[in-house]
Design a protein around this ligand. Structure first.
Ligand code: SAH
Length: 223
């Protein structure tokens, strides 16, 4: 009897490109319309961002544990937030708060010229950095820190996306948004969270409240 060795990076079975394309089909069926977002998600192997034991579930539309009490976001949440952030336009400089395992940052790398991603948990950031390197992604820079503060030295950003739910948009992030830029975040606590889009106009911030969402909380400080 032949022995078949299954390697998580081989792309067979539940981690194959075909499985990934089926995930993208489901995103389309659930209402994601931005072709560039769908293409970006078809290019990024989600299974390499989770542990080997969970990699067979990587293309289900579910959040999966990545350690330290955190999760990799649902594919649908990632697609929807990126669709809202992009609004059909190419992005230049984007800030992500809540890098986690780095999945969304790598999807963003296909949609933006430069991606900066902050994570408060140092060990998670180390893993994310290794994964980003192993995929040879050159336009993603990950940083350890408290995302509430943003990155003043790199600002302004034409897009800011939060992968963790805050009670309010952090003031420093609003200040680091370029005029004409868009910030997307889950806002609220516990089960009661809504996706919010804030656009910076010349003399005001314009806010739109979108659908209900469920994310881990935005926490203060670093760990
Ligand atoms: N972007 C990830 C989602 C990770 S979950 C993905 O692609 O799946 C959200 C992450 O936000 C967690 O790793 C959590 O540690 C981080 N986080 C929470 N509060 C933060 C803060 N103030 N600054 C930076 N990261 C934060």
């Amino acid at each position: 009897m032949a022995i078949v060795r299954v390697n998580r990076h081989d792309g067979i079975g539940m981690t194959s490109e075909r499985t990934r394309l089926r995930m993208v089909d489901r995103l389309r069926e659930k209402g994601i319309k931005d072709v560039d977002v769908l293409t970006a998600m078809s290019l990024v192997p989600r299974h390499v961002f989770v542990s080997e034991a969970l990699s067979i579930r990587a293309y289900e539309d579910t959040a999966l544990p990545i350690g330290f009490g955190q999760t990799i976001s649902h594919p649908y949440s990632v697609a929807r937030m990126l669709e809202v952030l992009r609004n059909g336009q190419d992005l230049q400089r984007v800030l992500e708060v809540g890098c986690g395992c780095g999945y969304q940052a790598v999807v963003l790398s296909k949609l933006a010229r430069e991606v900066y991603s902050i994570e408060r948990i140092a060990s998670l950031l180390g893993q994310a950095r290794r994964t980003v390197r192993s995929l040879r992604i050159a336009n993603v820079k990950v940083q350890h820190g408290d995302g509430h503060l943003g990155i003043p030295d790199i600002a302004p950003f034409d897009g800011i996306i939060l992968a963790a739910a805050g009670v309010e948009a952090p003031p420093a992030l609003l200040a680091q948004l370029a005029v004409g830029g868009r910030l997307v975040m889950p806002r609220g606590v516990g089960e009661s969270q809504q996706m919010v889009l804030i656009e910076r106009q010349a003399d005001a911030y314009h806010e739109q409240v979108l659908e209900m969402v469920h994310f881990v909380p935005l926490l203060p400080g670093v760990a």
